[in-house]
Design a binder for this molecule. Sequence first.
Ligand SMILES: *[C@@H]1O[C@H](CO)[C@@H](O)[C@H](O)[C@H]1NC(C)=O
Ligand SMILES: *[C@@H]1O[C@H](CO)[C@@H](O)[C@H](O)[C@H]1NC(C)=O
Ligand SMILES: *[C@@H]1O[C@H](CO)[C@@H](O)[C@H](O)[C@H]1NC(C)=O
Length: 150
Amino acid sequence: MSSLMWYSLFVTLSATQTVSANESSTLDMKVSSCNITGLWRNELGSTLRVKAEGSEVRGVYQTAVESTRGAAGSHRTARIIGIVGNGTQPSVSFSVLWEKGSCSAWVGQCFILRDGAQMLKTFWMLHSVADNLAGDWGSTRMGEDRFFKT
Ligand SMILES: *[C@@H]1O[C@H](CO)[C@@H](O)[C@H](O)[C@H]1NC(C)=O
Ligand SMILES: *[C@@H]1O[C@H](CO)[C@@H](O)[C@H](O)[C@H]1NC(C)=O
Ligand SMILES: *[C@@H]1O[C@H](CO)[C@@H](O)[C@H](O)[C@H]1NC(C)=O
């Protein structure tokens, strides 16, 4: 081989290495699997600080909203008990018991978005304590929450 050929081979190899190094660093930055452990925030500013151990999820929920003033307690926080599935985009479920006796439950799934961000897409139900069965008809609310990992 001529020295020119050796030189072009060297250049080709170096270029290849540069590209693959960049590719791998991009991949490292992108999340490939949901990590439930950490801090999550929804569109209203409520936060979910949780730790997953196996399929169990524990933590603290701080709500930005409440059905009636004081319903969520003075600090608007409550303990979370939940579960999480296997896999890269697992299903999740968690519940909260509020200070004044109402309870909420969320079910949904963690998704990895195109930009690598993690989102918990959930539906929730909130049950406020009714004085009696006759008062139960209007005591359950439902909605949708999207939490993003912060
Ligand atoms: C790869 O990264 C290096 C160093 O950050 C940069 O100089 C180079 O332009 C990048 N190449 C491509 C193809 O992005
Ligand atoms: C998940 O995130 C937490 C908090 O950022 C971190 O301590 C933990 O190492 C992560 N777990 C995995 C498997 O990446
Ligand atoms: C989750 O993974 C564990 C360990 O691989 C396995 O024992 C368990 O059956 C899996 N659970 C579900 C719901 O797939």
